[in-house]
Design a protein around this ligand. Structure first.
Ligand SMILES: C[S@@+](CC[C@H](N)C(=O)[O-])C[C@H]1O[C@@H](n2cnc3c(N)ncnc32)[C@H](O)[C@@H]1O
Length: 996
């Protein structure tokens, strides 16, 4: 990866996934490689939602993290940022993003937090890495990753260039030096937030092609993860180091000499150095003790201080000083056969050779042979792929103290790895040696959990610091808790297990927290944390109690950005009111995990909120289930979204205006809603109707209803089928001039398949003749676009009285005599013709109409028992063809009022059965039907069902001799509005054609 890409990506990603998730007013200020670079704006809610989904997602870490990265890449701001990127660059960006996302996974064991440790010198709020669970020695912190970019000579020079006037020191970012490659590398990513401590608890090491961190000793919950940058990173012998160890020992930046010589505001005091000495005495195994024997470092006049720290311009002499450790640095990582000897690595100060962290040793000792790999091979850091599913100690760990009865680090003899830093390695050996003598060594791992962290917080609160800065002397940690929210100032009664690494007894008693190695047990640990027990109230230099976090009991920090306090002042009122206050770390933690720090997963059985990309969950306090003020912005957003969703589509958008309001597919939400609506109604639309489906009909009009109405949607099937039968019907209308239907359903065919319908043809001829004779009579029966919306059944004659459709009568006269059948009015039902016509429904209309004439025939019983047959089934059955040999040819009566357009309706057999369709197996008595019509005329108030039949103007009957086919033509139907629309109903042997 190119240095520029890496620094740019890291600036952006740390802004997105660290700074932006600082939750509101609580800042997590990241020092950028290029602070002047403008970054695209992103919505914090979007980022937080992605992280929350990651938190609750199930599945392997890699999968979950990848999902989060995918979601991130879909955000408009990120797309904008990546628009000029090549695919390779995008991949690198995504990989780097995954390193940040991985930090948040519930299986993770670290977090990025704020620290005020260096603020008194730098005026800056800085960040650090804290452990969120206990880590035994040798644990590989897999999620603490960095990405490394090779530095070209120019870039290296550029990074080294120091503009003292602007203090724009970018060199303070991790620069790793490979001795073998003789090159510097930029090391960015979450790993860059690891601060230096002279008694570091972790070491940078290389595992295979990757560089990560490994614990050197047990690390407690809340303890800061520290590395060793080198002995000369903060000036010669780190004289300006502000680490806790230096503070404890009164060295580095806390040494009296340092402040005197530099003329800088000193934090040292001679009185405190005694304490420091006593600490050192108790830590007899501390590898740094040998430094005391050496002469005090000469102050380097080239030393410079920056906003972020102190850096040394190291002379050649100093280089030679560092070389004394070189042999130690070459101690190999034993048994680590997979580690390529692609270079030794150091965390570089201004001058690479000045660093103590001068080598990540090759996998094999130098004596064993040459380096395993070509020095030209680029160094890499762990990629997301090899993410460990479990955060258990690595195999390396298991080979160390985890395996033995002792929970302490073992010596190099039994450890398959060696420290990459000579002094650290020596320290580990010493620690192991001392721990083997410790009483706690016989305790299994469980007791390790009770082991307090070795490094105890000695930093002071900002209040104390202000006092110190006023010249009251060198701050010591004896009275004040950490400025980094990693330590707890609460004493524990059960903290009886002695630390592996010679911690003073009083320190143990005041700082030990029972550690829980498993995630589930962290919940219990949190309970303990939240239970105030004989808490030693931390007090400021003025004796007043300091405000503490109600969750982790740390002193609330004061956070300043650009030397301006942005958080942490003005708690006096809250304290007076005894309001609970949380530190930024705990606030942030709860916002992300919905669990009190350091829990990342809900205690067993409790509900976990699961936000989904579609539905944003409102975070609710799980204890009260009430929406708190914290979630109001989210709630507002949800309400706005709900309001806009329920509102009709309108150009005026409601709710909180958002610049990039898009769905998960990246499409605008508004458009998507319309699409959904369209999708739901698309099949209800006829070809010719494109009205807006969301539009509500203002007024029910006669005639064709709008398709958008629910009523219209009921007939979607009918409308779809309309076009299918058009051709057939046309054939029936003009058999001589138009092509016949080819599907055989309505077109009459003989055995050879030729269309044969003499009766129909004769009827057509009759109709034609009649039409010629009486245009007035035939006109209403002909459906034309002009009169399609008229109701032909209400055709009136000259005197204004309803006039029967003469066509039927004529047909009846011409029909061959049929045996009489009893045709009875349909029994009374809820059907009302008036309602039908005022609110027409072609389906019920036709059904009821044809339920009306109940033709009783004794011979029909067998047909009645037959189950209804659908048109499809019928089509498969040759017997069903209306021109089947069983059916007398003459049985078909064609009435030329047939619609021009027909459609087949596929009825639901059950519906048909319910409606008591009678299978008319015998030829109907047309005269009986005529009688029925007459009866109806005589008794207009009779059942409406009958009226539909007797209104002969509205329908014609085409009946076969056995009534195997019945066609009803309805001249108008509002629903089948496209003029000559016809619907054919089919049930068993009855065909019903409704025409408009
Ligand atoms: C690699 S960064 C570590 C993360 C850094 N705290 C941040 O917020 O970006 C190194 C910087 O951290 C600060 N730092 C880390 N350890 C320190 C120490 N022991 N003494 C003084 N400053 C330290 C210095 O400002 C240094 O330039």
């Amino acid at each position: 990866m190119q240095m520029r890409d890496l620094s740019k990506d890291d600036d952006f990603l740390s802004h997105l996934l660290v700074e932006k998730l600082g939750t509101g007013t609580v800042p997590l200020h990241v020092h950028k490689m290029d602070g002047s670079r403008r970054l695209p704006k992103t919505d914090t809610h979007d980022l937080m939602d992605i992280v929350r989904r990651l938190v609750v997602a199930k599945g392997p870490v890699q999968h979950v993290v990848r999902q989060a990265v995918d979601e991130l890449l879909l955000l408009p701001a990120i797309r904008y940022y990546l628009k000029s990127y090549t695919q390779k660059q995008i991949n690198a960006f995504a990989t780097h993003a995954s390193r940040y996302f991985e930090l948040y996974h519930p299986s993770g064991s670290i977090e990025i937090a704020h620290t005020s440790r260096y603020s008194h010198r730098t005026g800056k709020s800085e960040l650090c890495i804290l452990a969120t669970r206990f880590m035994p020695p040798g644990t590989v912190i897999t999620e603490l990753k960095g990405s490394m970019a090779n530095l070209t000579d120019e870039e290296d020079k550029e990074l080294k260039r120091t503009d003292l006037s602007t203090c724009d020191i970018r060199r303070d970012f991790s620069v790793i030096h490979s001795k073998q490659m003789k090159k510097n590398h930029l090391f960015l990513g979450p790993a860059r937030f690891v601060n230096h401590d002279c008694d570091n608890n972790c070491e940078l090491f290389r595992e295979g092609r990757y560089i990560t961190f490994r614990t050197l000793r047990p690390i407690a919950i809340g303890e800061e993860i520290t590395a060793h940058y080198g002995d000369g990173y903060f000036g010669k012998r780190n004289r300006h180091c502000l680490c806790e160890t230096c503070e404890k020992r009164g060295r580095g930046g806390y040494a009296p000499e340092s402040s005197d010589d530099d003329g800088e505001p000193s934090s040292d005091s001679s009185s405190d150095s005694d304490d420091s000495d006593s600490d050192s005495d108790s830590s007899s195994t501390d590898s740094e003790s040998d430094i005391d024997d050496k002469p005090k470092p000469i102050i380097n006049v080239n030393e410079r201080r920056t906003r972020r720290g102190v850096y040394a311009v190291v002379t050649k002499d100093e280089d030679s000083d560092e070389s004394e450790n070189e042999e130690d640095n070459k101690v190999p990582l034993a048994n680590a056969k997979d580690i390529p000897a692609d270079g030794e690595i150091e965390m570089s100060a201004d001058i690479d050779t000045s660093s103590e962290l001068t080598s990540l040793t090759p996998s094999m000792p130098p004596s064993d042979g040459p380096a395993l790999e070509s020095p030209s091979r680029a160094l890499m850091t762990p990629a997301p792929e090899p993410i460990c599913l479990s955060r258990t100690p690595s195999s390396l760990t298991s080979l160390s103290s985890m395996e033995g009865p002792s929970s302490t680090p073992q010596s190099d003899q039994s450890t398959p790895f060696r420290s990459i830093i000579s002094t650290r390695r020596q320290k580990a050996q010493d620690v192991a040696a001392s721990s083997s003598k410790a009483p706690a060594q016989s305790e299994p791992l469980a007791s390790t959990a009770n082991t307090p962290s070795k490094r105890l917080t000695r930093s002071v609160s900002s209040l104390a610091l202000s006092t110190k800065d006023n010249g009251k002397g060198k701050e010591k940690a004896s009275a004040t808790p950490a400025s980094t929210p990693g330590r707890r100032g609460r004493p524990r009664k059960d903290a009886t297990v002695k630390d592996d690494v010679n911690v003073k007894k009083e320190d143990v008693e005041t700082r030990v927290l029972r550690m829980r190695p498993s995630t589930a047990n962290i919940a219990d640990a949190t309970k303990e944390v939240g239970t105030p027990k004989e808490r030693e109230i931390p007090r400021g230099p003025d004796g007043k109690p300091l405000p503490i976090c109600s969750t982790c009991s740390n002193v609330l920090p004061v956070i300043s950005v650009d030397s301006k306090v942005v958080w942490g002042l003005g708690f006096e009122n809250s304290r007076k009111k005894k309001q609970k206050m949380e530190c930024p770390r705990c606030i942030r933690h709860f916002a992300i995990y919905q669990q009190p720090w350091p829990c990342r997963v809900a205690p067993h059985g409790s509900a976990v909120f699961i936000p989904t990309p579609r539905e944003e969950s409102t975070p609710v306090d799980p204890s009260t289930r009430r929406v708190s003020h914290k979630v109001l912005p989210v709630l507002d957003r949800k309400l706005a979204a709900a309001a806009s969703a329920s509102a009709p589509v309108s150009p005026v958008k409601r709710g909180r205006p958002r610049k990039y309001e898009r769905d998960e597919d990246g499409r605008p939400i508004k458009k998507r809603r319309i699409d959904i609506a369209r999708k739901g109604t698309s099949d209800t639309r006829s070809k010719t109707h494109d009205s807006d489906p969301t539009e509500e009909p203002v007024k029910r009009k006669r005639g064709r209803p709008r398709l958008s109405s629910p009523r219209a949607q009921k007939h979607k099937f009918v409308k779809i089928k309309v076009r299918v039968k058009e051709e057939e019907t046309t054939v029936q209308l003009s058999p001589a001039s138009q092509p016949r239907s080819t599907n055989g359903r309505f077109g009459k065919k003989d055995k050879n398949g030729d269309p044969v319908s003499p009766r129909a043809e004769r009827a057509a001829e009759r109709d034609k003749m009649r039409g010629d004779e009486d245009d007035e009579t035939s006109a209403p029966t002909r459906i034309s676009p002009r009169n399609k919306n008229k109701r032909p059944h209400s055709v009136e004659d000259g005197d204004g009285s309803p006039r029967k459709r003469p066509l039927l009568q004529g047909d009846m006269e011409m029909q061959e005599p049929e045996p009489a059948h009893r045709v009875l009015p349909r029994p009374a039902s809820s059907f009302r013709g008036g309602r039908l016509f005022s609110n027409p429904n072609p389906l019920s209309f036709a059904l009821h109409a044809w339920a009306s004439p109940v033709v009783l025939d004794d011979s029909s019983s067998s047909e009645d028992e037959k189950p209804p047959v659908t048109p499809e089934e019928d089509a498969l059955s040759p017997a069903a063809d209306i021109s089947s040999p069983d059916e007398p040819e003459s049985s078909s009566l064609y009435i030329p009022v047939l619609p021009r357009v027909a459609s087949i309706y596929k009825p639901n057999p059950l519906t048909f059965a319910k409606r008591r369709w009678v299978s008319l197996s015998t030829s109907p008595s047309v005269s009986a039907l005529a009688k029925l019509n007459k009866d109806k005329q005589d008794n207009p108030d009779e059942d409406a069902d009958s009226s539909t039949v007797t209104t002969t103007e509205t329908m014609s009957v085409l009946a076969s001799a056995r009534w195997t086919k019945v066609t009803v033509a309805v001249k108008e139907d509002a629903y089948l509005s496209e003029g000559e629309v016809c619907v054919s109903f089919h049930c068993t042997d009855i065909y019903l054609t409704v025409a408009v």
